[in-house]
Design a protein around this ligand. Structure first.
Ligand code: AMP
Length: 284
């Protein structure tokens, strides 16, 4: 396995690989790898001839005052995990090379970026779309793998790739959870014992929502009210949003039907967690 820091270095390796007609699978991450990331890596490895994992804590997607500085970083452990999974290249670019002085060009997926998480994290998805575009240009993947855990990000990247005619297949993989249902996230390490225990309510709430929909309840206001009630019963939990939206445009829907996303963001103390379920016959 190669560990590449320079953009020229990785581009040269990939050019050679592609010249041999090999398929490149790509998993962009911010590191601090966990089972969620590994599930994407395993799929990329299975479906392609050559697997690239990027590790880049992208400053452009953090607002001032967010956790950019304290975001967990462990390159040594991450590279070992990648090696075990048969990854071919770990790419960990320097911030200075990704965003050189006088960097001026950003990618914005309009509309979709200002809803849901975009409301409380303005600029976040502009940072994500810009970094992902740059990484796609550098890595030239045939397929790129993202988690449903970040459902809004997945919708935005699918739209970005479609709108800008990028020749890459976007694959969205299921959410990997801990035993109590909490979606695994690099940010879960911020939770204290009480918060961690109460964090299971995100998934309980989504299971409740799924159950209501299965019973034939289609009024999204009622579902949101019941879900919110369950979360509010937890002392440390504070709701950012609970929303039912359509899976393409992320616009609120009144009547729950096929092709909906039930998404929520909840603060546990100082940590903001997100989770979702998809109501769709075709999946994501
Ligand atoms: P991050 O390092 O948090 O930027 O995540 C990198 C990729 O891993 C994104 O596509 C995430 O959606 C995905 N991911 C994060 N957590 C999970 C999880 N629990 N299950 C599946 N995918 C995940």
């Amino acid at each position: 396995m190669k560990v590449a820091r320079g953009i020229k270095q990785i581009s040269a390796v990939i050019r050679k690989i592609k010249a041999k007609g090999k398929k490149v699978g790509f998993v962009p991450t911010m590191g601090a790898l966990h089972e969620g990331h590994l599930s994407l890596i395993r799929r990329a490895h299975k479906e392609n001839d050559f697997t690239v994992v990027s590790i880049f804590v992208n400053p452009a997607q953090f607002a001032p005052g967010e956790d950019f500085k304290k975001y967990p970083r462990n390159l040594k452990r991450d590279t070992l995990l990648c090696k075990k999974e048969g990854v071919d290249i770990v790419f960990y670019p320097a911030i200075k090379e990704m965003y050189p002085d006088e960097f001026r060009t950003y990618v914005t997926v309009e509309g979709l970026s200002s809803l849901l998480c975009g409301e409380s994290r303005p600029g976040h998805f502009k940072g994500v779309a810009t970094a992902v575009t740059k990484l796609f240009n550098i890595v030239s993947p045939d397929a790129a793998y993202f988690g449903q855990k970040d459902a809004q990000q997945a919708v935005i990247i699918k739209r970005l790739v479609r709108d800008l005619n990028m020749p890459v297949k976007i694959k969205i993989m299921p959410i990997i959870r801990d035993k109590d249902g909490l979606a695994i996230s690099s940010r879960n390490v911020y939770l204290d014992a009480r918060e961690r225990k109460e964090a299971a309510v995100l998934f309980s709430a989504l299971k409740l929502a799924g159950g209501l929909v299965n019973k034939g309840i289609t009024d999204s206001r009622e579902v949101v009210r019941r879900v919110s009630g369950l979360i509010k019963a937890k002392k440390k939990a504070r709701i950012d949003y609970v929303s039912v939206v359509d899976l393409q445009g992320l616009k609120p829907v009144k009547k729950i039907k096929d092709n909906c996303l039930i998404a929520l963001a909840v603060w546990l103390g100082k940590t903001r967690l997100i989770d979702n379920i998809v109501i769709s016959k075709r999946g994501f």
